[in-house]
Design a binder for this molecule. Structure first.
Ligand SMILES: [Zn+2]
Ligand SMILES: [Zn+2]
Ligand SMILES: [Zn+2]
Length: 56
């Protein structure tokens, strides 16, 4: 038996993070690394990952 963990890039265009589908935030059928990316940075906050340039 194997554990199948699929890794996908965050759907946010500027985000460089890669998340597993199991722990990703799902919105509109896409996977995001966190709430701020999933809400398209409506609060103008970054995704909290070091070295990631995304900020909405
Ligand atoms: Zn990021
Ligand atoms: Zn992201
Ligand atoms: Zn983002």
């Amino acid at each position: 038996m194997s554990v199948n963990v699929e890794m996908v890039k965050c759907a946010c265009a500027d985000c460089v993070c890669v998340v597993s589908t199991a722990s990703a935030v799902q919105a509109e059928g896409r996977f995001f690394c966190g709430d701020s990316c999933a809400t398209h940075h409506e609060q103008s906050t970054g995704c909290d990952h070091a070295g990631c340039p995304c900020h909405g």
